[in-house]
Design a protein. Structure first.
Length: 130
């Protein structure tokens, strides 16, 4: 499960930890998820774990990261040959990554979203939108 963030706004609550399972998809318009995570994570105690992969370089404003004194941690939990195979399947269009998201919920239905994600027979990836 991952939280999709819109453009940064003061209305977005500050959170202790953000898991970026998206990385950077070059066809995705708007602010990269990692920049949104930097903007929304809490001062001092804030942490970001990057698990998603990046399709190309991303330009970031790191001033908020320095000012907030947050930590960014990379996490890689796959064998390199598995990543290569997955990227080849996506590039060849044999797999449509847009179909991976099985459910979308507004943020006020987060409890239902987590319950849906816990049912592996019912969901693949569940998206929560603010």
């Amino acid at each position: 499960m991952f939280l999709v963030l819109g453009e940064f706004s003061e209305k977005i609550p500050k959170v202790d930890m953000v898991y970026d399972c998206v990385g950077y998809i070059k066809e995705h318009p708007g602010t990269p998820v990692i920049q949104q995570a930097i903007n929304m994570v809490r001062h001092i105690k804030g942490r970001i774990v990057i698990h998603g992969l990046f399709e190309e370089n991303v330009k970031l404003d790191l001033v908020p990261m320095v000012g907030k004194q947050i930590s960014i941690i990379g996490s890689f939990a796959f064998d390199p040959s598995e990543i290569k195979q997955a990227l080849e399947l996506i590039q060849s269009k044999k797999i449509d990554r847009t179909k991976i998201i099985s459910h979308e919920f507004p943020i006020d239905q987060a409890k239902e979203a987590f319950e849906t994600q816990c049912n592996a027979n019912e969901s693949v990836k569940v998206l929560i939108k603010p």
